[in-house]
Design a protein around this ligand. Structure first.
Ligand SMILES: *Cc1c(COP(=O)(O)O)cnc(C)c1O
Length: 387
């Protein structure tokens, strides 16, 4: 459903469901299907144009989710895949050809980088990593064989905000496709396609799910890119299970209220962290003194609960005292659920175009939907255990 007159929250309450087609049930049911039967030979002969044809190629449940992703991202078309990483790989493979050159932000999610380094490289596709704050100077890195520019804003682990409009302006002029990893905003606080980007990819595993209980990738795109993406998607045979599609649709219904609360809670914790002696720096683009603040204001309508901070250097034993004593903050991969998480990170090790030397221990925090005062108390106690 694409009705631009309606507010995003209204669209999210109504997209991807049609009770009249499902005995009046509010939600699109879970369709379990491999074989889909055709009523007669004429229908079988016309299967190329049938919307339902075979389970791997989509069911009413996954189609409903694709429609909902279009509404969320303001996209013409969408595809859903079994994980964020599979969505990323499908996009990169769609534009890969011998001799091609890709430009990828130095702040990209680790596995995005690994796909370029380990998979694409073997087939003669070269990747240049660029400074996430490069802006319009991206033009200096473009070669005749440059086929794709990959952005991620704010960047994984380090949270630099990119000048998406400046980069897409250059890319359009030079006929190069642009992709952005939009997972941080959940698609709720940022619609990159309206800012000139061609393809917006998300780990639906994070905020779309919102409950840390499913794996999902989403690809939202302009009509012009759809056939190429769908071709790669079909060739890999990657499809989303019906329960996961159903849970993602259920998660989407509350993404608005969840994101609004992540914004408020995250900022409260970020502001407090900024006032602590042990904290050298907070990387949160909604803080007025963050280097990406102006760009964040231009491109986003809010901030999610994920950000970073740097504490004074401590040895691993002291760090373990801090982390092992947490009861509200969990330690683990992923984020975007209702619960808070915290992990130490080390972005210095994989950067090639830029360096990350913050002068202390970098930490990634996901502020969940708990009461911020409880989270702040727990962090205060954790910082005390460093001594
Ligand atoms: C988690 C994540 C992904 C990958 O998603 P999975 O569903 O875990 O495969 C991609 N991009 C970003 C920014 C992520 O944080």
């Amino acid at each position: 459903m694409k009705n631009d007159d309606l507010g995003l929250d209204t669209r999210l309450a109504h997209c991807g469901r049609s009770p009249a087609d499902h005995s009046g049930t509010v939600n699109t049911p879970v369709y379990r299907a491999s074989t889909i039967l055709f009523p007669n030979l004429a229908a079988l002969d016309a299967k190329e144009s049938a919307r339902l044809r075979y389970g791997r190629r989509g069911t009413p449940t996954t189609h409903a989710l694709e429609d909902a992703i279009c509404a969320l991202e303001g996209a013409d078309k969408a595809l859903v895949t079994p994980s964020g990483v599979s969505a990323i790989s499908i996009i990169l493979m769609s534009y890969a050809e011998p001799g091609a050159h890709f430009l990828v932000t130095d702040s990209a999610y680790g596995p995005t980088r690994k796909f370029c380094e380990f998979t694409l490289k073997k087939f003669g596709i070269e990747t240049t990593y660029y400074d996430p704050t490069i802006g319009a100077d991206i033009e200096t890195l473009i070669r005749p064989e440059t086929k794709l520019i990959w952005m991620e804003s704010p960047g994984s682990q380090t949270f630099e905000v990119q000048d998406v409009s400046a980069i897409t302006e250059v890319a359009r002029r030079r006929g190069i496709v642009t992709v952005i990893d939009n997972t941080w905003s959940g698609g709720y606080f940022c619609q990159p396609i309206s800012q000139g980007v061609d393809i917006s990819v998300q780990a639906g595993t994070k905020y779309i799910s919102g409950h840390s209980d499913l794996m999902l990738g989403t690809i939202a795109c302009r009509e012009s890119e759809y056939d190429r993406l769908r071709e790669a998607y079909l060739r890999f045979g990657l499809c989303v299970g019906p329960d996961d599609a159903f849970l993602a649709l259920r998660g989407l219904r509350t993404i608005g209220v969840r994101m609004a609360q992540h914004h408020v809670n995250g900022l409260e914790v970020a502001r407090w962290l900024g006032e602590q002696d042990e904290v050298l720096r907070v990387m949160h683009p909604a803080l007025p003194d963050d280097p990406g603040h102006t760009l964040w204001q231009r491109h986003f309508t809010g901030a999610s609960g994920l950000f970073g901070f740097v504490i004074r250097a401590v040895d691993r034993t002291a760090l373990a005292r801090m982390f092992d004593g947490f009861t509200l903050f969990g330690m683990g991969s992923s984020w975007g659920g209702f619960e808070s998480l915290m992990v130490p990170s080390n972005p210095s090790v994989y950067r090639t175009a830029t360096t990350w030397e913050p002068g202390g221990q970098t930490i990634r925090i996901h502020v969940g939907l708990e009461h911020p005062a409880d989270l702040i108390r727990e962090i205060r106690q954790g910082l005390d255990r460093l001594r």
